[in-house]
Design a protein around this ligand. Structure first.
Ligand SMILES: Cc1cc2nc3c(=O)[nH]c(=O)nc-3n(C[C@H](O)[C@H](O)[C@H](O)COP(=O)(O)O)c2cc1C
Length: 374
C-alpha cells in the first residue's frame, strides 16, 4: 500500500509536469523607428488584444515620448512566437530585452490581453515618477547596449544574471588589433584629430569583426581584443583583411597632408584552449578569455611592426585554415617570455603590406608635432 501510494503520487506528479503549460514573462524596451501618432499606438494595442486573446497572452504596453516598454506573459512558445513578430516589426527599433522570467506560476496582468497606456497623455500625478523611471531605465539600457560586451548583453537578454554564470573551458580564435604608432600620434596630434582617427578605426573594426561572427571582448584605448568560435578561423582572417582593406580606403580618402592618412593597424591572431567568463574581483569584473592563445595573439600583433606586415598569425591558426587559402611563411619568431620559437605567417595580399618602415611611419607622424605636416 505504501509503495502503491508513492508510485501513484510520482505518476500524478510526472503527468502534471508533462501537461503543465510552461509560462514565462518577458519584458523589453524599444524605441520608435519613426514618429507614431496616438492613434497608431492605439491600433497596435487593439491588434495586440485581438491576437493575445487568441493566444492566451496577457501583459501591458507602456508608451511615452518615443519609447515602448512592454511586458508579455503566458505560454512559453506563444510568448516566443509573439516576441518574434514584435522583433520584426518596423515601427520600432533598438529592441532591448530587459528580463525573461522562466517557469512563472502566476500572471501579473491576468485581466489584460494587452493593457496599453499612453503615459504622455496620462495626467495623474502618480504617473510622473513612473514615467521618469521608465525613461531613465530605457536610456540606460540603450547606453549599456553600446558599451557592455556582447556576451554579457546576451546573458541579460536570456534573463540570466551574468555575475552568476561560471567560467568555462572552450577553444577560441583570438584576435588582437592595435593602431600603429599610437604613442607618437598622441604626442603629435590635436586631441580632436586623434579622437576622429580612433572612432574611424573602431567603427571599421567593429563592423568587420561583427559581420564575420566575432565578438569584441575589450577595447584597450588604441586597440581591441576579439574572439571567434574555433570553427571560424577563416572568417577571422577574412575579417582582418576587410579591416585592413577598409583602413586603406579610409587613408586614400583623406586629402594629402592630413594626419588621417597615417591610420594603420596591426592584427595578430592565434587559436587554442581558453578559460572564458567573468573574471575579476567582487568590485569589478571583465568578461574575458585566459590562455596561451590570448598571450600569443597579443605578442603576434606586436610583431607586425617588425616584419612589415599588418597581419600575423601562428601555425595553430594556419592549421585551421582551408588548404587552398594562400598563406606566406614569415619565419621563426621568439616571443617575449616564451621558451619555444613560433613559426609565423601572413596572407600575401595588398591589404597586409604596410609599404613603409616603422621608422618612416613615426617620422611622418612626428612632423605634425611641429606643424610641418599639415
Ligand atoms: C511595441 C509593439 C508591441 C506589440 N505587441 C504585440 C502583442 O502584444 N501581440 C501581438 O500579437 N502583436 C503585437 N505587436 C504587433 C506585432 O509586431 C505584429 O505586427 C502583429 O503581431 C502581427 O499580427 P497579424 O499577423 O495578426 O497581422 C506589437 C507591435 C509593437 C510595435
Amino acid at each position: 500500500m505504501f509503495f502503491y501510494n508513492i508510485g501513484q503520487k510520482y505518476l500524478v506528479g510526472r503527468a502534471r509536469e508533462l501537461f503543465r503549460v510552461r509560462m514565462k514573462r518577458l519584458t523589453y524596451v524599444s524605441i520608435f523607428s519613426r514618429e507614431l501618432s496616438a492613434q497608431e499606438v492605439e491600433a497596435i494595442g487593439a491588434l495586440s488584444v485581438r491576437n493575445n486573446t487568441r493566444d492566451g497572452l496577457t501583459g501591458a504596453l507602456f508608451c511615452f515620448k518615443d519609447i515602448f516598454y512592454q511586458i508579455l506573459e503566458g505560454d512559453d512558445k506563444k510568448v516566443d512566437a509573439c516576441y518574434a513578430r514584435i522583433l520584426n516589426d518596423d515601427r520600432h527599433t533598438d529592441i532591448f530585452c530587459l528580463k525573461v522570467e522562466m517557469d512563472i506560476r502566476s500572471r501579473f496582468y491576468g485581466d489584460w490581453a494587452m493593457k496599453t497606456v499612453l503615459l504622455d497623455s496620462a495626467q495623474e500625478e502618480l504617473l510622473i515618477p513612473l514615467r521618469n523611471m521608465l525613461d531613465s531605465l530605457a536610456r540606460t539600457h540603450f547606453i549599456l547596449g553600446k558599451y557592455a560586451p556582447e556576451q554579457i548583453l546576451r546573458t541579460i537578454q536570456e534573463g540570466l544574471n551574468p555575475l552568476d554564470q561560471p567560467s568555462f573551458h572552450t577553444s577560441r580564435v583570438v584576435l588582437f588589433s592595435d593602431i600603429m604608432g599610437s604613442t607618437t600620434l598622441t604626442e603629435s596630434l590635436r586631441a580632436e584629430v586623434l579622437a576622429d582617427m580612433l572612432s574611424a578605426y573602431y567603427e571599421i573594426a567593429n563592423r568587420c569583426i561583427a559581420r564575420a561572427g566575432g565578438t569584441i571582448s575589450k577595447l584597450t584605448g588604441d586597440g581591441l581584443m576579439a574572439y571567434f568560435p574555433i570553427e571560424k578561423a577563416q572568417a577571422a582572417v577574412e575579417a582582418s583583411l576587410d579591416l585592413l582593406g577598409e583602413l586603406g580606403e579610409y587613408r586614400k580618402r583623406q586629402r594629402s597632408g592630413d594626419p588621417r592618412e597615417l591610420l594603420y593597424a596591426g592584427v595578430g591572431i592565434s587559436a587554442g584552449p581558453v578559460l572564458e567568463g567573468s573574471i575579476g574581483s567582487d568590485v569589478r569584473k571583465d568578461y574575458t578569455l585566459l590562455g596561451d592563445a590570448v598571450n600569443s595573439a597579443a605578442r603576434l600583433e606586436s610583431t607586425t611592426r617588425k616584419v612589415g606586415r599588418t597581419l600575423v598569425f601562428d601555425s595553430r591558426l594556419r592549421d585551421l585554415l582551408p588548404r587552398n587559402r594562400a598563406v606566406k611563411r614569415l619565419g621563426l619568431y621568439q616571443p617575449k617570455g616564451k621558451l619555444e620559437r613560433l613559426e609565423i605567417f601572413t596572407i600575401p595580399e595588398e591589404a597586409t603590406n604596410i609599404g613603409l618602415t616603422q621608422a618612416e611611419l613615426k617620422e611622418k607622424m612626428s612632423r605634425f608635432k611641429s606643424g610641418i605636416g599639415g
